[in-house]
Design a protein around this ligand. Structure first.
Ligand code: ADP
Ligand code: MG
Length: 696
């Protein structure tokens, strides 16, 4: 590989490139737009476009695209070439400021949840100068927001930017009150750890369920799963290592700070963690990461599965959204410092997060609610569906003493030794790790672990930002009026802890006991997407989002509709795929194998009637029974699907898919898996779990 520092960001129109290529005044204007999050001065657009075009052409680009994130969960791009004809029959390469700032894709086929009827299908993409443009596959990609003719957000970026403005504004008020008057901006930072599976492409192509649904709908566990924990952090296989090397290098070229690559708990499962950055960029980069994972896997004869639960019985994949807040002067509001008990800015920020998470459990749950993630949450490997916060003993102790008004003594907790003099003392972290918590404080940030591996991180961060903005707003309103600042600060922390401490839970989030405790505490337990989604459009939530200008009422209603629709569509495709697999391959395979067994019995008896045929007979009986169940359940599933297709109301439809169709699919799976366990390998139509998970 080339020198990493040389290739890093080589395909990005970043600050250094802008500085080198833009006139000084233009550069300064653009830079202050990016730094302070203010609107762009349109007069500079032509100059920026010209410099961008020339740079991109030098990088081999012939096209440009407005790169955006419609509500499909993935990115969209429509390519235009730079060419423009001249009078003498030649062409020139052109790209104007207008083309940079605004695009107008015919966007009638993107989800809008009723915000945009097809007859007024206009959608606009608008340049986001805070995320650098880049060249990918010969195309200059310009990160843009996507909205309707009336300005309604139709994408994941617009609302994320709005939520960042909201929290930036409120947090700035609080920070200034603490005397940090030099601070101009507070931003949220995010480092999303991304989990994924790699499977062999040939095996993938032999599995319609993986191809159409991204997850296996049937399949029995191999004799060995993940029980030995030998995959986690294990030596990376050469083929996977080659994939990871290329992935890192391609991500680096795009300025993505890919940092850590390792094997995860399940066989064939891996993780990539980048170094954290501003939320908006982290979100763009996560989209690029997912896209490149798929593309590069393909080059290595592999397929990257981003589904939350590709294989039943082994861990699923999620994303850990590490979230914090920092000022443009470098203060991390969630950094406890040497003496957290005395660090009021830290404590009040901590109190704000605790309050926000307790008040908005529903929204956090909704932000991770998808059909795919339902298979993972609460499955004893991923966090439960109940939201709670892990703080660790030290911080819990500090908050308790503030609540009670007692003194907190932190001296014994500071040092830690491993019991050998040769190994140096290390400072003990404020928190230990608690892997079972959905929302854990991890030293200087919170780690929200419920996100699904396939989704954009935008939803979760929109919720986080807006929730905490709302609490900061209340705090700032009080603090601005306070007679004695310090006393009011302590009062706020004390009251917040008292009122919201039920959300703090340092124990085992996987235990049954916790479910009971959580219920007693009145915490929400929204087990499925269909249970969670209706909370989104509650009057309280609509007002809450409107208060901060993050979503309008219409936008919320449309998002709810899109989510319900996505849920139903996902299950619809899964049901049809399963029906097809059963009717055309599994039932015939079982029949064929039974037929072979019957012939064996027949032949044995012809040769010598006293030969033992118990095995064959038993297998024939078992498989015939299973096959008959599969046949009838598949017919039943088909009927249920026709019924579901006729349901008009989105919620009822999604509910029907959850309550009936999902259940029948699970029943079919049970019989199919029991058959797979005894049908000869030569007859089974699909690669087994063992082959897919261990033969890479
Ligand atoms: P683990 O696997 O133990 O959770 P990792 O080191 O893999 O930890 O991931 C931690 C993530 O948190 C990294 O992406 C890191 O960049 C990110 N992170 C660290 N500090 C911050 C911060 N202040 N704000 C947001 N993310 C952060
Ligand atoms: Mg983590």
């Amino acid at each position: 590989m080339n020198n990493v520092s040389e290739i890093f960001g080589c395909n990005v129109f970043n600050d250094a490139v802008m500085y080198e290529r833009l006139p000084e005044a233009t550069y300064n204007k653009l830079k202050s737009t990016i730094k302070e999050g203010k609107g762009i001065d349109r007069s500079i657009a032509d100059e920026v476009a010209l410099a961008m075009k020339e740079w991109a052409i030098e990088k081999g680009a012939t096209h440009f695209t407005h790169w955006f994130q419609p509500l499909t969960g993935i990115t969209a791009e429509k390519h235009d070439s730079f060419i423009a004809p001249t009078d003498d029959g030649h062409i020139i390469m052109e790209f104007s400021g207008k083309e940079l700032i605004k695009g107008e894709p015919d966007a009638s086929s993107f989800p809008s949840g009723g915000l945009r009827a097809t007859f007024e299908a206009r959608g606009y993409t608008v340049w986001d100068p805070s995320s650098y443009a880049f060249v990918k596959d010969g195309t200059l990609c310009i990160p843009t927001a996507f909205c309707s003719y009336c300005g309604d957000a139709l994408d994941n970026k617009t609302t994320l930017l709005r939520s960042m403005d909201a929290i930036g504004k409120q947090a700035l008020r609080v920070v200034k009150l603490f005397g940090h008057t030099d601070v101009k901006r507070v931003v949220t930072t995010v480092g999303p750890e991304q989990e994924y599976f790699l499977v062999d492409k040939k095996m993938y192509e032999a599995r319609p369920d993986l191809m159409f649904c991204g997850r296996t709908l049937i399949g029995t566990m191999p004799p060995k799963g993940q029980e030995m924990d030998d995959h986690y952090f294990g030596v990376i296989k050469p083929r996977v290592a080659a994939f990871m090397r290329e992935l890192d290098s391609e991500l680096w070229k795009l300025g993505v700070l890919a940092k850590t690559e390792h094997n995860e708990a399940a066989p064939a499962q891996h993780e990539l963690a980048p170094i954290f950055t501003t939320t908006n960029i982290a979100s763009d980069h996560n989209q690029l990461t997912m896209e490149l994972m798929k593309k590069i896997a393909d080059k290595h004869g592999l397929v990257c599965l981003l589904h939350e639960k590709p294989f039943k019985g082994v861990n699923g994949s999620g994303k850990h959204n590490n979230w914090s807040l920092s000022t443009d002067t470098g203060i991390n509001l969630l950094s406890p410092g040497k003496n957290p008990a005395e660090n009021l800015l830290f404590l009040i920020s901590l109190a704000a997060v605790i309050t926000a998470v307790d008040k908005h459990q529903d929204l956090l749950r909704i932000s991770v609610a998808t059909a795919g993630n339902d298979h993972r949450l609460g499955a004893n490997e991923a966090p439960p569906a109940i939201i709670s916060i892990f703080l660790g003993d030290e911080l819990t102790g500090i908050l308790e003493s503030i609540e009670k008004g007692t003194h907190y003594d932190s001296t014994e907790l500071i040092k830690m030794t491993v019991g050998s003099d040769i190994i140096p003392y290390i400072r003990k972290d404020n928190t230990d790790r608690n892997r079972t918590s959905p929302f854990a404080f991890t030293g200087n940030k919170f780690e929200f672990r419920m996100l699904g591996s396939a989704s954009s991180i935008s939803d979760a961060n929109v919720m986080m930002n807006t929730m905490v903005a709302d609490v900061f707003k209340d705090y700032a309103d009080r603090l601005e009026k306070a007679e004695d600042f310090k006393t009011e600060c302590i009062n706020i922390i004390r009251e917040s802890v008292k009122e919201h401490k039920r959300i703090i839970f340092n124990g085992d989030g996987y235990s049954e006991e916790w479910k009971a405790i959580a219920k007693e505490r009145g915490l929400l337990n929204l087990e499925s997407t269909v249970d969670a989604l209706p909370y989104l459009a509650s009057e309280e939530n609509v007002k809450f989002f409107e208060r901060h200008g993050v979503f309008s009422r219409n936008e919320i209603v449309s998002r709810l509709e899109i989510s319900l629709e996505n849920y139903a569509k996902t299950l619809h495709i899964e049901a049809l795929t399963l029906i097809d697999m059963m009717n055309r391959e599994v039932i015939p395979a079982i029949t064929a194998y039974c037929d072979t067994l019957c012939k064996a019995v027949f032949n044995k008896q012809r040769i010598n009637p006293s030969l033992d045929t118990t095995v064959e007979n038993e297998l024939i009986a078992r498989l015939s029974a299973a096959n008959s169940e599969i046949y009838h359940l598949t017919a039943e599933l088909k009927m249920q699907v026709s019924k579901a297709e006729k349901i008009e109301k989105e919620y009822e439809k999604a509910r029907f898919y959850h309550d009936h169709i999902l259940k029948t699919m699970e029943d079919i799976r049970r019989y199919s898996d029991s058959a797979e366990a005894v049908v000869s390998k030569n007859y089974w139509p699909y690669p087994s779990y063992g082959d897919m998970l261990f033969r890479i």
